[in-house]
Design a protein around this ligand. Structure first.
Ligand code: ADP
Ligand code: ADP
Length: 229
C-alpha cells in the first residue's frame, strides 16, 4: 500500500502552436489505503490524469509520488500499480487462469506462488469453476471479474480503475460495485476510481476529486461534494 501525491501535475498534448493544455496543475494527496473517486464531465482530463499515474502517458510537468518514490520516469510495471479498464482488456486466446497468471509469470514468481495467488483471487471473485474458459465463453460480468482478478493477484500498492463497470447492465453494476466495496474493505489498497455514476461515487468514495476543464475543482467527501448548492 502507498500514498499518492500529485504535485502541480500538468499535461500538454502536442507542441508549438498546436499545444493543448489538458491538465492545469493538479495538487492532491491521497492517503495510504484511501479510496478516491474522480468525477467530472467528459473531456475534463480524468483518463489523462489516471494514465499519467499509471505511467501510460508522460507528465508534462510536476511530480507524481507513489509511496516514497517519484514515479515520473518509471515504467508502468515499476510503479507497483494495477489498472482495471472498462473494456476488460483480457487476452482472448488465454484461459481465465492464464489471464490472471500472466503478469505474475512475467514478474518471475514461482509456479506455486502463482497458483496460490490465482486460486485465492478466483475464490474471492467466485471464478473457481471458470478457470479453463476463455474470455469468449464468459459473460460481461464474469469478464470484469477476471479483469479484477488479474489486478488483485499482483498485490499492487495502488489500484487504478477507469470506469470499470460502465459496460455492465444495471444489475451487474450493483453486484460488482458491492464486490469492489468488499474487496477494498479487506485489502485496503489505495484506489483511484474514475466514474460517471453518482451512486458509485457516493458508495465507494471515501473522498472525491471533482474535475472540471483540467483542474481539481473540489476535493472532499461525497457528503461535502453533493451538499454543494
Ligand atoms: P475524460 O477522461 O475526462 O473524458 P480525457 O482525459 O480523455 O478526458 O481528455 C481530456 C482532454 O484531452 C480532451 O479534450 C481530449 O480531447 C484531450 N486528449 C486526450 N487524449 C489526447 C491525445 N492523445 N492528444 C490530444 N488530445 C488529447
Ligand atoms: P504454459 O504457459 O507454461 O504452457 P500455463 O500458463 O497454461 O502453462 O500454466 C502455468 C501453470 O499453471 C502450469 O503449471 C499449469 O499446470 C498451471 N495451471 C494452468 N491452469 C490451471 C488451473 N486451472 N488450475 C491449476 N493450475 C493450473
Amino acid at each position: 500500500m502507498a500514498a499518492i501525491h500529485l504535485k502541480q501535475v500538468r499535461k500538454t498534448y502536442g507542441n508549438g502552436p498546436k499545444a493543448v493544455d489538458v491538465i492545469h496543475g493538479i495538487d492532491a494527496e491521497i492517503a495510504d489505503g484511501e479510496f478516491i473517486v474522480m468525477v467530472g464531465p467528459s473531456g475534463c482530463g480524468k483518463s489523462t490524469l489516471l494514465r499519467m499515474v499509471a505511467g501510460l502517458e508522460d507528465i508534462s510537468s510536476g511530480q507524481i509520488v507513489i509511496g516514497e518514490r517519484v514515479v515520473n520516469d518509471l515504467e508502468p510495471k515499476e510503479r507497483d500499480i494495477a489498472m482495471v479498464f472498462q473494456n476488460y482488456a483480457l487476452y482472448p486466446h488465454m484461459t481465465v487462469y492464464q489471464n490472471m497468471a500472466y503478469g505474475l509469470k512475467i514478474q518471475g514468481l514461482s509456479k506455486s506462488e502463482i497458483d496460490e495467488r490465482v486460486q485465492r483471487a478466483a475464490a474471492i471473485l467466485e471464478l473457481g469453476a471458470l478457470l479453463e474458459r476463455t474470455p469468449r465463453q464468459l459473460s460481461g460480468g464474469q469478464r470484469q471479474r477476471v479483469a479484477m482478478g488479474r489486478a488483485i493477484v499482483r498485490k499492487p500498492a495502488v489500484f487504478l480503475f477507469d470506469e470499470p463497470l460502465s459496460n455492465l447492465d444495471a444489475k451487474l453494476r450493483v453486484q460488482m460495485r458491492l464486490e469492489i466495496q468488499k474487496l477494498h474493505a479487506s485489502l485496503r489498497t489505495t484506489s483511484l476510481y474514475v466514474t460517471h455514476d453518482q451512486v458509485e461515487a457516493m458508495t465507494l468514495g471515501q473522498r472525491m476529486i471533482v474535475m472540471n476543464r483540467g483542474v481539481a475543482e473540489q476535493i472532499g467527501t461525497p457528503a461535502e461534494v453533493y451538499a454543494r448548492p
